[in-house]
Each structure stands twice: as structure tokens, then as C-alpha cells.
Write a protein that binds this ligand. Structure first.
Ligand SMILES: Nc1ncnc2c1ncn2[C@@H]1O[C@H](COP(=O)(O)OP(=O)(O)OP(=O)(O)O)[C@@H](O)[C@H]1O
Length: 279
């Protein structure tokens, strides 16, 4: 298991949430009854430093997607703060919000649904530059980014259906890189891919952290893929961060019940594979 550790240990956080909480109103059980409330995020502290790769792991429904929506500025927190480079993204002014939107980019689980099937890849790659109103030599930028993700320039003229899942995820990563982000948020980036190509995409993400000095937030429910890609892991359960640690320490001495369950899930898959190999 190799981890990514090439960031200055004393650097201050680049993207950070402090004491973040969010409550949703659920549907009434009975007419005129008060709407029940669900605390989806409960006093979350989370941060990633420049060039650092951190993981966010937790069982289904633990709050990972909701926290991701906060980290990307899609949803405003009920309580607490989201800070980019030390400044609150909701109260820090329009110029800072623009910088934040450009600097934090996302890669989603399924590249087939995140890329427009009617758009040529070249057009899709230019899209973030248009929507963020970024000027410059876009043609050169596209070629530079294609090279960073290991794709040929012939890809530009083609449509998404002409690519495999792994190639499409490379294109989705390329699109996220186009605005020159400082932080990449990867939300279950390999769970929709064939197991045989998952490692290639994980290695690409690790290379980008190393070569571009990107910060990575890697979100998944599988502790083993998070451990492979990151040097620090936050474990979520029922809207709370229940444990933070180095991947190897979490595997060796998991403290929280949720961490023990995630480790157990990995070990039972491995035991199943070993059993099959012996059969
Ligand atoms: N808009 C909403 N209104 C009410 N409840 C919601 C809403 N969005 C999410 N929830 C609830 O909040 C909790 C956390 O959901 P969230 O999607 O953040 O978890 P998750 O860890 O990402 O799960 P998964 O891995 O299955 O995507 C769940 O109980 C979910 O049902």
C-alpha cells in the first residue's frame, strides 16, 4: 500500500470546513404533525492542505455526499463555515467566490452521465472555461490537459459513446483540470468502473497529486481504494467524523465501530478472494 505524502507538513489548509452542521426537514408522518428533522451533518471539522490527498469514507447514508456539496459550494451550510485559502466562501465576497469556484473542481462517479452524450469531447472540455469566463489560449490548454491524463488529441473530435468507461473517466478528470484547479474532489471516481481498470484511474489521480501539486479529496465507501490513494482518512458515520488517521493505522487499529465495519468489509472481500483462489 503506497500513500501520497509529498506536501509541506506545516502548510495551512487550502480547503477547510469548521463546525459544519446541516439539518433537513423530512416529510410529515401525519397531516398537521410537525416535520421531523434529520441532522445530516453534525459539527464536522475537515481540511485538506496544498498537495495533500485525503480520504472521506463512510457507509451509505453517513453524509459524504452532503459534505461534498458543502465542500464544492453547491449547498450553503446551516451552521459553520467553509473556507478556501482561509476565507469564508459564502461571506468572503464575489471575487473570492469566483476564485473558489475555479480552484475547486469535482469528478463524479459515473462519467457517462457527467458528460453530455451529444457534445464532442473537445467541446465538453472547453465548457468549464466558458462557464467560468476564463480567458487565454484554450487550444493549448486542451492539449496540455489531454497529455496530463494520458489521452491522444484524436479524442477531441469524438463523442462519449466511442470511449470505454476508463477513458471516459480520464476525460471527466481532464475537464475538471481545465480551469487549473488547486483542489480536486473525486466522489466515488472508480466505483462505476470495471475492476480491471480501476487501478489505472487511481494511479492517474495519484500522479496528478504528485506532478501538479494538486490537493485531492477522495470520497468512497471502500476503505481500500481510499487507503491506496490518500495519506489521511476521515471516517464518517451518521453525519459525524468518528475517526481520522493514516490509512495503515486505521487498518491495523481501527477505533470507531464504523471504521471497524469498513475494515471488516475489506477483509471479508479479501478472504472471499483467497477462498476462491484455493478452491
Ligand atoms: N434533501 C434531503 N432531504 C432529506 N434528507 C436527505 C436529503 N439529502 C440527503 N438526505 C439524507 O441525509 C443522509 C445522508 O445522505 P448522503 O447522501 O449525504 O449520504 P452518503 O454517505 O453520501 O450516502 P451514499 O454513499 O449512499 O451516497 C441520508 O440519511 C439521506 O437519506
Amino acid at each position: 500500500m503506497s500513500a501520497v505524502t509529498s506536501f509541506p507538513a506545516d502548510a495551512r489548509p487550502l480547503l477547510e470546513v469548521r463546525q459544519l452542521s446541516q439539518v433537513y426537514n423530512l416529510n410529515r408522518q401525519k397531516l398537521f404533525a410537525p416535520r421531523p428533522k434529520l441532522k445530516v451533518l453534525d459539527s464536522i471539522d475537515f481540511s485538506v492542505r496544498p498537495g495533500e490527498a485525503v480520504g472521506l469514507v463512510g457507509e451509505s447514508g453517513s453524509g459524504k455526499t452532503t459534505l461534498t456539496r458543502m465542500l464544492t459550494g453547491v449547498e450553503r451550510p446551516g451552521d459553520g463555515q467553509v473556507l478556501y485559502d482561509g476565507v469564508d466562501v459564502w461571506t468572503g465576497g464575489e471575487a473570492h467566490r469566483k476564485l473558489f469556484r475555479r480552484s475547486v473542481q469535482v469528478v463524479l462517479q459515473n462519467p457517462r452521465s457527467s458528460l453530455d452524450p451529444r457534445m464532442r469531447v473537445g467541446t465538453s472540455l472547453l465548457e468549464p472555461l466558458r462557464s467560468l469566463k476564463i480567458e487565454g489560449d484554450h487550444g493549448t490548454r486542451v492539449l496540455e490537459v489531454l497529455d496530463q491524463v494520458g489521452l491522444d488529441k484524436n479524442a477531441l473530435e469524438r463523442f462519449p459513446h466511442e470511449f470505454s468507461g476508463g477513458q471516459l473517466q480520464r476525460i471527466a478528470i481532464a475537464r475538471a483540470l481545465m480551469p487549473g484547479p488547486k483542489v480536486l474532489i473525486a466522489d466515488e471516481p472508480v466505483s462505476a468502473l470495471d475492476v480491471s481498470i480501476q487501478a489505472q484511474v487511481l494511479n492517474l489521480l495519484k500522479d496528478l497529486v504528485r506532478d501538479l501539486g494538486l490537493s485531492l479529496v477522495f470520497i468512497a465507501h471502500d476503505l481500500s481504494v481510499v487507503a491506496y490513494t490518500t495519506s489521511k482518512v476521515y471516517v464518517m458515520s451518521s453525519g459525524k467524523i468518528v475517526e481520522v488517521g493514516k490509512p495503515l493505522d486505521l487498518f491495523r487499529t481501527p477505533q470507531a465501530e464504523a471504521t471497524q465495519a469498513l475494515v471488516g468489509a475489506v477483509l471479508s472481500v479479501e478472504a472471499g478472494l483467497a477462498g476462491n483462489a484455493l478452491a
